[in-house]
Design a protein around this ligand. Structure first.
Ligand SMILES: [Zn+2]
Length: 303
């Protein structure tokens, strides 16, 4: 890894992260990401260029607006840092190549979706739909190298069409990702009686599939569902324990009664609380393009 390139790529990541913060705030609100320039959401004061430097400005102003001193969410700092680290990690993994551009793009889109889903429970079409198209376009330049590319040439010998096999892999990934998550959503709806996955998740998985192909998309869906469910169960248990203690302390209920009633109210709460599956699917898609193939190789050996 060349240190000068590494630093430049990290700085580029910070700048893209800064733009991503604008997208995360504005896209779910249907605002333009180009105009007007950044302003404090509280006092509407325009933010000067010198207060808009990634990372540094937030640290210098200690997360407060220069004019009205209202607190600025640490998300701004976190997203910039994560995008910088993501770009750097892509450089470490893929070197100076067209794959670097592809995976930086995917990481950028996924971070945007993860944070908008976490904040607003929305996965904006303005990110997912262009993302699907980008994934298909990238498959022309960076081989997706998935099932179709592996098995089809054995059936028909095709000379010089590996590029189209890559596009076919990208299309297959998008189709499998979208239809599989649609199926998971339908099962989830039956099991819990609430909508857990929306069309945003379907489009998100089409995007992931277009970039990563079928195998890593399946990995993303399984890993995302497991991690998402564990997070849901963990949250419910912690609410259960907290409410049991509160009932015993405040209402002087017996432990057994308090536990039973708290369990009931925790299940009601979880039912009303939407688990942001886009956050888990998006995070696991990032894990997939860094470690998914290693994991799958290890998994086949275990079988
Ligand atoms: Zn302000």
């Amino acid at each position: 890894m060349d240190p000068v390139w590494a630093l430049l790529i990290f700085a580029l990541g910070l700048a893209f992260g800064s733009f991503l913060n604008v997208c995360i705030y504005r896209l779910p609100r249907e605002l333009s990401v180009v105009r007007p320039g950044s302003a404090c959401p509280s006092c509407k004061h325009a933010i000067a260029a010198y207060d808009n430097i990634p990372l540094l400005s937030w640290l210098i102003l200690r997360g407060h607006c220069r004019h009205c001193h209202v607190r600025i969410s640490p998300r701004y700092l976190v997203v910039e840092l994560l995008t910088g680290i993501m770009f750097l990690a892509c450089y470490a993994q893929f070197g100076y190549s067209s794959a670097l551009v592809k995976y930086c793009t995917l990481g950028f889109l996924l971070l945007g979706l993860i944070f908008t889903d976490a904040e607003t429970q929305l996965l904006p079409d303005k990110i997912t739909l262009p993302g699907i198209v980008l994934g298909l376009l990238f498959s022309l330049f960076v081989p997706v190298d998935d099932l179709i590319s592996h098995f089809l040439p054995m059936l028909v010998s095709l000379g010089g069409t590996s590029r189209w096999l890559s596009v076919a892999d990208s299309l297959a990934g998008a189709a499998v990702g979208a239809s599989f998550i649609y199926g998971v959503g339908a099962i989830y709806l039956r099991a819990r009686g609430v909508e857990g996955m929306g069309f945003g998740d379907v489009k998100l998985m089409a995007l992931v599939g277009a970039f990563l192909g079928t195998k890593l998309t399946m990995f993303t869906i399984f890993a995302g569902s497991i991690v998402g469910s564990l997070a849901g169960v963990g949250m419910m248990l912690s609410v259960w324990v907290k409410r049991t203690r509160r009932r015993m302390a405040r209402n002087h209920e017996a432990a057994g009664v308090a536990r039973r009633r708290a369990w009931y109210s925790a299940t009601v709460m979880l039912r009303a609380f939407p688990i942001p599956f886009g956050v888990f699917l998006g995070s696991m898609a990032i894990v997939a393009f860094f470690f998914g193939n290693q994991f799958l190789r290890w998994y086949w050996r275990m079988l």
